[in-house]
Design a protein around this ligand. Structure first.
Ligand code: HEM
Ligand code: ISQ
Length: 154
């Protein structure tokens, strides 16, 4: 896919504005995803086995942030190489982890919707159709790479 410097900049500037509130952002992101697909929460072992309330879960912020960070990296890779260039070993691990926990295609749509909504609410003053599209493409390309790895015979 073609991904321009302008599209990359839209992703990176909104992330720069958001990451100061990483904790709150991470919680919102999870809550949105689980509001749409409550059953998806059960896929996360650290939530399923947890006795503390969601907002106090120490793993939540780091987990949610990795989706944001990887999507930003995806944007940079798409601009430079025209494709996602996550390291092979990282991709293998991501494919294996998501396959193991029973993640399916529909879950990726739920997470994309939650991601875009979270960003829209975090930076309403910057939000635009162009920004939404840039995040969507970066996420979809990354998701496609993970899904492909999930389906690969090992
Ligand atoms: C774990 C990223 C989509 C559910 C992870 C990890 C990362 C990650 C970095 C940690 C892997 C590790 O332990 O090495 C992403 C990205 C996604 C994505 C970038 C989309 C582009 C999804 C979707 C679901 C999901 C759609 C389903 C709702 C999980 C679960 C784990 C996980 C259940 C395991 C958590 C644990 O080990 O405690 N993901 N993920 N992910 N992800 Fe995702
Ligand atoms: C997918 N994988 C890891 C962490 C996540 C946090 C929120 C929503 C989706 C996720």
């Amino acid at each position: 896919v073609t991904f321009t410097a302008e599209e990359e900049a839209l992703v990176l500037k909104s992330w720069a504005a958001m990451k100061k509130n990483a904790g709150e952002l991470g919680l919102k992101f999870f809550l949105k995803a689980f509001e749409i697909a409550p059953s998806a929460a059960k896929l996360f072992p650290f939530l399923r086995d947890s006795t503390v309330p969601l907002e106090k879960n120490p793993k939540l912020k780091t987990h949610a942030m990795s989706v944001f960070v990887m999507t930003c990296e995806s944007a940079a890779q798409l601009r430079k190489a025209g494709k996602v260039t996550v390291r092979d070993t990282t991709l293998r691990r991501l494919g294996a982890v998501h396959a193991k926990y029973g993640v399916v295609d529909e879950h990726f749509d739920v997470v994309r919707f939650a991601l875009l909504e979270t960003i829209k609410e975090a930076v309403p003053e910057m939000w635009s159709p162009e920004m939404k599209d840039a995040w969507r493409v970066a996420y979809d390309q990354l998701a496609a790479a993970i899904k492909k790895e999930m389906a690969a015979p090992r």
